[in-house]
Design a protein around this ligand. Sequence first.
Ligand code: P6P
Length: 332
Amino acid sequence: MNITTLGQFIIEKQNDFPYAKGELSRLLRDIGIAAKMISREVNKAGLTHILGDHGSVNVQGEDVKKLDIIGNETFIWALSRGGEVCMMASEENDEVIPLEGEFSKNGNYVICIDPLDGSSNIDVNVSIGTIFSIYRRISPAGTNPTLADALQAGNQLVAAGYVVYGTSTMLVFSTGKGVNAFTLDPSIGEFCLSQSMVQTPKSGSIYSINEGNAAEFPEGIKQYLSWAKEKNSEEKRPLTARYIGSMVADFHRNLLKGGVFIYPPTAKSPNGKLRLMFEGIPMAYICEQAGGKATNGKGQSILDIEPETLHQRVPVIMGSLNMVEKVEAFLG
Ligand code: P6P
């Protein structure tokens, strides 16, 4: 039987992990536990009347769904228990979340999380996801963590990944030595290695963007989209538009098949809609670990952006190397 569970993989690879201690291993295992718990809730959402709005509004001004709350609380609970984490930041919380108890002051890691990205799709049974980033704290152990511990650039990441709750539940993550994908086997309650050392195709035929905002796109994006739609059999154009409004699902499809995901600045969102800390950085990390490219469309790698505020937005162009560079060529 050729199965490698997440737990077995972590033990086998532990010596490759940065800082080579069991702490990161424990963190990754706890993320897997939280993901299994949320997968259970997501997969019965239509049955237990947890659909619909929670009634509150989050820092982004978006209606908070009940599953958002469950997702947020589940990850906070799962990552508080082991003592490895000194602080969390969540897309659902205005401020950072210092974890209770003296013990956590000695946690060496900080987690940034989007507990349920794409939650507007929850009630219509479209794939949603969890996105996470793991940083090493920069403040001294034993002291109270500060906001600076969370506001670290993507090039400081220790690990990052996502869970996609789709036709199957998959956990995809990297600790800096490539991207590995695990599929949840509900019959044994384990994430099992399904794709090892994932490499995204250098080129592809899929572009993902919300063209409803096309009137407000930068000129270079408008020109790229016109180019993508031109008929040119030799260059296999027109390309194919695929966009379901759930970044993790759109990203995951493009990662495996090749494609480019674009969320450019618009009049309504001059820095784009996606959050740097909770979507841009972790997905850029996975993208580049898989041989792709992730930029803000202004000549800067998303991983090199120095964060200034916890919920700042970032324009993103990420995916297959040659496709991202084609978009950049139109942006000049
Ligand atoms: P729009 C979900 O709210 C999200 O943050 C991403 O998952 C998704 O890619 C994007 O927003 C969709 O935004 O403006 O196209 O609906």
